[in-house]
Design a binder for this molecule. Sequence first.
Ligand code: NAP
Length: 384
Amino acid sequence: VTDSGTSPCELRCWVLARPSAPGLPAVEDFRLEEAPLRILEPGEVLVRTTYISLDPHIRGQFGGLPGPEAPRPLLEGRMPQLLVGGHIPGYAIGQVIDSRAPGLAPSDAVLGYWGWQTHVIARAEPAVGGAAARTGDLVLNAAQETVTRLDPAQARPPRAALHVLGEMGLTAYVALLEVGKPKPGETVLVSSAAGNVGGIAGQIARLAGCRVVGSVGSPEKAAYITEHLGFDAAVNYRGADVAGQLDRACPDGVDIYFDNVGGAFSDLAIARLREFARVVVCGAIAHWNGADDGRGPRVQRPLVLSRARIEGFDLYDWPDSYDAGLRQLGDWYRAGDLQVRETILDGFERVPEFYAEFLGGAYLGKVLVRVAAEADEAAEGTGG
Ligand SMILES: NC(=O)c1ccc[n+]([C@@H]2O[C@H](COP(=O)([O-])OP(=O)(O)OC[C@H]3O[C@@H](n4cnc5c(N)ncnc54)[C@H](OP(=O)(O)O)[C@@H]3O)[C@@H](O)[C@H]2O)c1
């Protein structure tokens, strides 16, 4: 902090208290700590967190994953296991409250990867290379040590940078269009379709002229994707006769399976691939939250028979698509062609509890924890 006397003197921060056991993380796996804030160095800003993004991928850093999760060198490089006492990372947005950085002033909105903490002191530089990129007027920033300014004309409201106008929107856009390569009339099946990425991917498939089917975990979510997001049909993977539900929803089979979950549901989806289908492997939530029985993969015979293509996807391999993707997503979002349901939860003290509930399927759409209100929030209203 500067010595103006107007800034807080400490931050609160969630750290890992013990490695998580397999399954959903427990509240006892986390500990709330306080730490003093120091005087800002030149080039640094003090940011007050407004929203923390709840995202499945950080579950992999808490420990306790069953089976071989990934080739070890890749896993350790990209998603290292957190040490006990390590602070929980993740996407967040906030407001600058003190600045010694040119180009950033108090009340500017910024995006970063500082995670579950009330404030952060960070360098105000666009992060470059690796997991971060500047893309026109909008940004991705997955570096914990820097924050990047959000252009108020583009990221409106700023928290849209945590869903449709940021990494999650781009993931849906690039993975579906570049890897899935949808053609009008094809059947696209999306798993975790009432979630953030899945909901956006399904709507883009609809905009591409496809027939879109989503799998979800409750009748309420099934109604949400068919009545609000324009999906043609829904399958409740927690309901009875999932195979029969899939057969009825996809009577001619599946041309693109956009997989966010893995596990037993994906076995059923892959068994229904049409010839020359594509499987976009975007995530594996069922594996991460312990709902997977750990068997498999058993994809060889259906792949040979269908000559389908199965492809892992990582957004950071596609930087050349960011600019066009964010521009198109912004156009669709402002025109109302893309809907994003936000679930906004209040209470920094309850982030671990909210996170386990989120992973377990308790919430719809993009799930955010509000730590402090955005400056213009009263004027624009909130979802939830
Ligand atoms: N590859 C990349 O570059 C990249 C980038 C970003 C995100 N991703 C991945 O994209 C996927 C979706 O991310 P998101 O942020 O949009 O998350 P999300 O889909 O909103 O995740 C939460 C939802 O997961 C569902 N779920 C929980 N357990 C499940 C299970 N056992 N089987 C099926 N679904 C289950 C729950 O919905 P139900 O009630 O319907 O079960 C829950 O609401 C994640 O796997 C994420 O890691 C990949």
